[in-house]
Design a protein around this ligand. Structure first.
Ligand SMILES: Nc1ncnc2c1ncn2[C@@H]1O[C@H](COP(=O)(O)OP(=O)(O)O)[C@@H](O)[C@H]1O
Ligand SMILES: [Mg+2]
Length: 256
């Protein structure tokens, strides 16, 4: 077996007396889509923030492809190939879709920002930016100001901007949030298309999407992993059903 893409050992994060991450141990295998599900407040976003470097754990260790990154800053992790998809707030609404991605390419390449010329006019940035837009199905919207994109397209653009950093591991926190059925369906296809080229840690409430995409699922409750397994394992797990999935009102588990 190859080295896990991410190895999480004994991770603890407290907010005052609240234990948001409680001695978490988890391996994310290279190339897998690993979904993390759990009720609101389970610590999913806190986990992603510790993986991306936005939050420092109180205890424990995170390894990225065998290298201890626990003490590394967010930019240092990003440079190694670990990317978090940021929220719509990181998009420049007046810039074209292409210029937004080109700026992300430029930032990753370590060039200083050159605002007197749109990044999308620079061929060395335009080409990779267009490739990414094609890859995620937004090429037809390249010239459109980002503000004119639908909610679903803006979420796609966020992922495009994360891809500009050429990540091996993508951290996605609820990419389908606020989407209608059609938009979610397109996002599922987009993520499926990224599989293989990227390891993906996917936090998502849309159980149809999770069960359609995930190679493995971890169920987080009160900051602890109560189960990790294939979608079939998770569907059949009594403890998971009792603690989480069994409450039909809270969540419907799609049948196989
Ligand atoms: N910055 C913070 N300060 C204090 N408490 C926080 C902070 N961030 C998250 N929490 C708390 O930690 C717990 C886990 O939150 P979060 O990781 O956002 O859960 P999830 O994403 O699974 O809904 C919740 O009880 C939340 O209120
Ligand atoms: Mg969250």
């Amino acid at each position: 077996m190859t080295e896990p893409a991410l190895k999480i050992e004994g991770l603890v994060k407290n907010f005052g007396s609240l234990v948001a991450t409680d001695d978490l141990h988890l391996d994310i295998e290279a190339g897998e889509i690993h979904a993390v599900i759990g009720p609101n407040g389970a610590g999913k976003t806190t986990l992603i923030a510790q993986l991306s470097g936005e939050l420092r754990p109180d205890q424990g260790r995170i390894q990225f492809a065998g290298r201890d990154i626990t003490g590394l800053s967010m930019p240092a992790r990003s440079a190694l190939g670990l990317a978090r998809s940021f929220q719509i707030t990181s998009i420049f609404p007046d810039f074209s879709t292409l210029d937004n991605v080109a700026l992300a390419v430029q930032a990753h390449a370590g060039h200083s920002f050159r605002f007197w010329q749109p990044a999308g006019k620079d061929q060395s940035l335009r080409r990779p930016a267009l490739d990414i837009l094609e890859n995620i199905g937004l090429a037809a919207r390249a010239a459109e100001p980002a503000a004119n994109l639908s909610h679903g397209e803006q979420r796609q653009l966020e992922i495009a901007m994360a891809l500009a950093t050429e990540p091996s591991v993508l951290l996605l926190d609820e990419p389908m949030a606020g989407m209608g059925r059609d938009e979610s369906g397109r996002m599922v296809e987009l993520l499926r298309g990224l599989k293989g080229g990227h390891t993906i840690v996917l936090i998502e409430h849309d159980m149809d999407a999770v069960f359609a995409l995930a190679d493995r699922i971890t169920v987080l409750v009160y900051g602890r992993a109560i189960a990790t397994g294939t979608p079939e394992d998770i569907r059949a797990n009594d403890e998971v059903r009792a603690a989480y999935l069994g409450t039909e009102a809270a969540i419907e588990v799609p049948h196989a």
